[in-house]
Design a protein around this ligand. Structure first.
Ligand code: PEP
Ligand code: MN
Length: 337
């Protein structure tokens, strides 16, 4: 439930409500707005209804949150969450392009791709060092070696790194290099992993599962935020449908729903959604128009040689052209690329 404080409520009154809530074993999350302070309360319904919250000094009213997800809901926090990655902001009107190869293959490949991303105006560099592959015989990623290559590219270009984590046992090594930790579609409901990244002091990019409903996706985000990590970026990357012409079906409706029901930033990954490089640009543009807070796009210096997802990767030139073509669309919907 939400405890909405009076405009004139004092810090002591807020602290008193928090203390009473915690006394019954519930948790209180304080959001201080420009005018009012709202305390999100999560805990046992019975215990909480027994608490005379509305009678406490400074309390204006108490409202129930009906959705199964609480902390990530708009009801809980009306203002957009703005995630800050080494000074690059995402959400709340800040638009960010994350781009780079599917997987880290060689130092030269990462560096060339990073330079191309930077030159075209991309703000973050992506690249997988731990790859979730359907086949156990496919390239599984370079591990720490790959993370070092990403770090070198960051040193030169200044682009923060977004990279995937698959296993809680890799948390230390991934966090030594990553600026944003990506949870892949296949791990969206790996609840132990979600709880672990919920403990981090690092933003998490949470991809929607292949066949996850929007509610399941937001519940996965709730796991992370519940752990104390408020910096979650949602990523729509296409879902499984009966359609076979594209790798997945890009669900832009989900972007609109997530923006409406959650305060978290929402980015779109058109590359994994369509699976074909020449379909990426139209869907990237549509995503900007639909109100996304950013894009995640696969860019490879030489897609023909890619060890993973070459068919959906843009060459640097096509990426630059897309960036230029997206700018007026972004401007029309109040974003700046
Ligand atoms: C990726 O970003 O390279 C990736 C594996 O994506 P997804 O988890 O969306 O399939
Ligand atoms: Mn990929």
């Amino acid at each position: 439930m939400m405890v909405i404080m009076h405009e004139s409520a004092t810090a002591e009154q807020v602290a008193h409500v928090v203390a009473r809530v915690e006394e019954v074993g519930a948790s209180a999350h304080v959001s201080t707005g420009e005018r009012v302070t709202v305390i999100g309360v999560i805990g046992d319904r019975e215990e909480l209804t027994a608490l005379p919250l509305e009678a406490m000094p400074g309390v204006e009213r108490v409202v129930a949150i009906l959705k199964p997800y609480k902390l990530v809901s708009r009801e809980f926090q009306a203002a957009d969450t703005v995630v800050d990655v080494r000074g690059v902001k995402i959400g709340g009107g800040h638009f960010a392009i994350i781009a780079g190869p599917c997987s880290v293959e060689t130092a030269a490949q990462v560096m060339e791709s990073a330079r191309a991303v930077k030159a075209a105006g991309g703000l973050l560099l992506r690249g997988g060092a731990f790859k979730p592959r359907t086949s156990p015989y496919a390239f599984q990623g370079l591990g720490e070696e790959g993370l070092k290559m990403l770090a070198e590219a960051r040193d030169e270009t200044g682009l923060p790194i977004v990279t995937e984590i698959m296993d809680p046992r890799d948390l230390d090594v991934v966090c030594r290099y990553a600026d944003v930790v990506q949870i892949g579609a296949r791990n969206m409901q790996n609840f132990l992993l979600l709880a672990e990244v919920g403990q981090l002091d690092k933003p998490v990019l949470l991809k929607r599962g292949l066949s996850a409903t929007i509610e399941e996706w937001l519940m996965a985000a709730e796991y992370v935020v519940k752990g104390g990590n408020r910096d979650v970026i949602l990523c729509e990357r296409g879902i499984r449908t009966f359609e076979t012409a594209t790798r997945n079906t890009l669900d832009l409706g989900a972007v609109a729903v997530a923006k409406l029901t959650s305060h978290l930033p929402v980015v779109v990954d058109p590359s994994h959604a369509v699976g074909k490089w020449d379909l990426v640009a139209p869907m990237a543009k549509a995503s900007v128009a639909a109100g996304a807070d950013g894009l995640l796009i696969e860019v490879h210096s030489n897609p023909e040689e890619a060890l993973c997802d070459g068919e959906q990767s843009l060459k640097p030139k096509a990426f630059k052209q897309l960036m230029d073509e997206m700018r007026p669309i972004a401007q029309a919907v109040g974003r700046d690329i």
